[in-house]
Design a protein around this ligand. Structure first.
Ligand SMILES: [Ca+2]
Length: 207
């Protein structure tokens, strides 16, 4: 067992700045409920139990060859522009705030095809803004989001909380995408309904 330092974004509604909040944050981090950044820059994505041995520092963009720099990538798409099932929850409005759903079982899905992915690499980040009506309150009910990248193994985001219908943002990091327009990001329902507002796929510039 090796000690190492990690950091995480802290939602002070979930983890208040109290001893109890500190303890819950530490506990959830150990259980893999949070995106963690190791002090050497390595990322431990949500859904992964932090390993006993400190992860290696990232080696850079990966996948690229030769010289030249790869520009930052940032692709945002609204749910209404995805392909799949789901009705509108908010009438004819489009854009931020308007969500599409529900996604509560595997026959309910929404797919996105990011445009102009600049380079094949394993450090793409997926941000997704979702809404559920489930909460951890009196019922203890929480949702789950299933994400499938290029028909790979499903990545399940656990412990999705709606706080009574508020939208929340979740992240997946260190995703592998190929250069071009042929990647597929598929959302499926898994366990309790959720709806999608938008997604953002991004990657920092690299040399
Ligand atoms: Ca939207």
């Amino acid at each position: 067992m090796e000690d190492y330092k990690v950091s995480a974004e802290r939602d002070t509604l979930v983890y208040p700045l109290t001893d109890a909040g500190d303890a819950k944050l530490a506990s959830d981090a150990e259980k893999g409920y949070l995106n963690l950044t190791v002090d050497n820059g390595a990322i431990i994505p949500k859904g992964t139990i932090p390993p006993l041995v400190k992860p290696d520092a990232p080696t850079g963009g990966g996948g690229g060859g030769g010289g030249g720099s790869v520009p930052a990538y940032n692709w945002k798409e609204q749910a209404e522009n995805g392909t799949g099932t789901g009705d509108w929850y908010h009438g004819d409005a489009v854009g931020d705030g308007n969500v599409r759903g529900p996604y509560g079982n595997s026959s309910q899905y929404l797919e996105f095809y990011p445009k102009g992915v600049p380079i094949t690499a394993n450090n793409y980040k997926l941000e997704m803004r979702v809404q559920t009506n489930y909460d951890t309150g009196a019922t203890g009910e929480v949702g789950k989001i299933r994400v499938i990248i290029n028909s790979g193994s499903p990545i399940d985001i656990e412990n999705v909380r709606g706080m009574g219908g508020k939208k929340s943002t979740y992240y997946l990091e260190n995703l592998t995408l190929s250069a071009g327009d042929n990647n597929k990001i598929r959302f499926e329902g898994l366990f309790r309904d959720y709806a999608i507002d938008y997604i953002i796929v991004s990657r920092p510039a690299s040399s």
